[in-house]
Design a protein. Structure first.
Length: 418
């Protein structure tokens, strides 16, 4: 392994270069989500101005174009008191977005104490070049604000786990639940993470303490019920009963991030895969049949979301065959993680079923799933992956190519080609 000083330089340089690439994207008004974040910023600017004048504004009014709880827009309206110009407000927010990879790095340090800190810094720095994060950071989007609150919540949760002091409710538990509530009040789907945290608390806390934090969570939920009562549109969801679409697309998007992590480990012939041959053979047969059945009922327009693999399959082959194959691979990898720990299974099921919508976008899972995988999955895969620099190098190249493909896709407007 390279000496610490050389790795330290590479880690800091990577962070700086990726951050500078984000600032370049800001200068170029980059939006890699088919103008989704650009439109969201301008469509909801009226809401920011209205909240600036009156916090009791009906934020669910159709003219504002937002179905989310208003905390992000309230925060923007407060910043707007100090920075009135929209361009400079966005510039400030873009700088503020650097907290996401920084907080991810601090979480990784708590989780992986024995892993080289600069390896963790490089991993965290990859967030700067993820297409979804870049677009959200450049256009002051709610996803960045919610990620900041979620990673703060996560930091205190991981510290509590490390302490192994489960006899009482301490400050880490309180801060974990508080910051997660703030994330939910930016975007509702973080509520599914609450279910995972509550399961862990149920497993580790004494029952009376679990009841106490359940009451606390209920108190945190009251403002949400109040907002929904007065602004019913905030409770609107785009849930779809077409479970075949949701499972295939969601699994393929999760697999998009699992494949570059599993691939170098498999290619290196890691021994912990050797005694799993029967499992992989059985799961390959099972999920091939399952995906075949799902494919009969699959009906989705790849021009509107669907994830990277669905778009790739239709762009190059004008059909879903490659998408189905990669969905099979994704299900196999997810089943492997589920087999390792029952809590992994819950988290995977929450992600697979929690985003069952008419239109499913990769942005829902990016960088959320990457964060969840390294911080919350009970698996030997993350640490094994981080112990070899070449594994991380593979992921860096993978993400850079992904970002460049998003740039090309956006520049040539290839959505019209599909």
């Amino acid at each position: 392994m390279k000496n610490f000083e050389q790795i330290s330089f590479i880690g800091l340089l990577t962070f700086l270069l990726f951050f500078l690439s984000l600032l370049l994207g800001f200068y170029l008004n980059e939006d890699l989500l088919n103008k989704g974040t650009f439109n969201d910023f301008h469509n909801t600017w009226g809401l920011v101005q209205a909240l600036k004048e009156n916090l009791n504004t009906d934020y669910s009014n159709n003219e504002w174009g937002s179905l989310h709880f208003p905390l992000h827009y309230i925060i923007l309206s407060r910043i707007n008191f100090l920075i009135e110009d929209k361009y400079f407000l966005r510039f400030f927010f873009c700088f503020l977005s650097a907290l996401v990879p920084i907080l991810f790095y601090l979480n990784l340090k708590v989780k992986f104490e024995s892993v080289n800190k600069n390896v963790l810094l490089i991993l965290a720095s990859l967030i700067f070049i993820l297409p979804t994060f870049r677009s959200c950071a450049i256009w002051a989007n709610y996803q960045v604000t919610s990620l900041i609150f979620f990673l703060l919540s996560s930091l205190f949760f991981l510290k509590w786990i490390k302490e192994e002091n489960y006899k009482k409710i301490n400050l880490n538990v309180m801060l974990n639940l508080t910051f997660l509530a703030l994330a939910v009040y930016c975007v509702q789907y973080y509520a599914i993470i609450y279910l995972y945290f509550m399961l862990i608390y149920f497993q580790k806390l004494e029952f009376k303490n679990f009841i106490l934090i359940s009451l606390l969570v209920f108190l945190f939920s009251l403002p949400g019920f109040f907002m929904i009562f007065y602004h019913p549109r905030a409770a609107s969801v785009t849930f779809s009963s077409n479970i075949y679409n949701s499972l295939l697309i969601n699994s393929s998007i999760l697999g998009f991030w699992l494949i570059p992590i599993f691939a170098p480990l498999i290619l290196n012939g890691k021994k912990f895969f050797e005694n799993k041959k029967n499992f992989f053979i059985f799961s390959s047969i099972f999920f091939t049949l399952l995906v075949f059945i799902f494919s009969i009922y699959f009906d989705y327009n790849p021009k509107i979301g669907g994830g990277f693999f669905l778009k790739l399959s239709n762009l190059f082959f004008h059909n879903n065959i490659l998408f189905y194959i990669l969905s099979i691979v994704s299900f196999i990898l997810l089943s492997y993680l589920s087999k390792e720990d029952k809590n992994n299974l819950l988290l995977i099921l929450l992600l697979l079923f929690g985003f069952s919508a008419w239109y499913i976008f990769q942005k829902y899972f990016e960088p959320l799933f990457l964060i969840l995988f390294f911080l919350y999955f009970n698996s030997k895969i993350p640490k094994e992956f981080l112990n070899q620099n070449k594994n991380l190098l593979f992921l860096v190249i993978y993400v850079i190519l992904y970002m460049l493909s998003a740039q090309i896709y956006s520049f040539y407007n290839l959505v019209e080609v599909i």
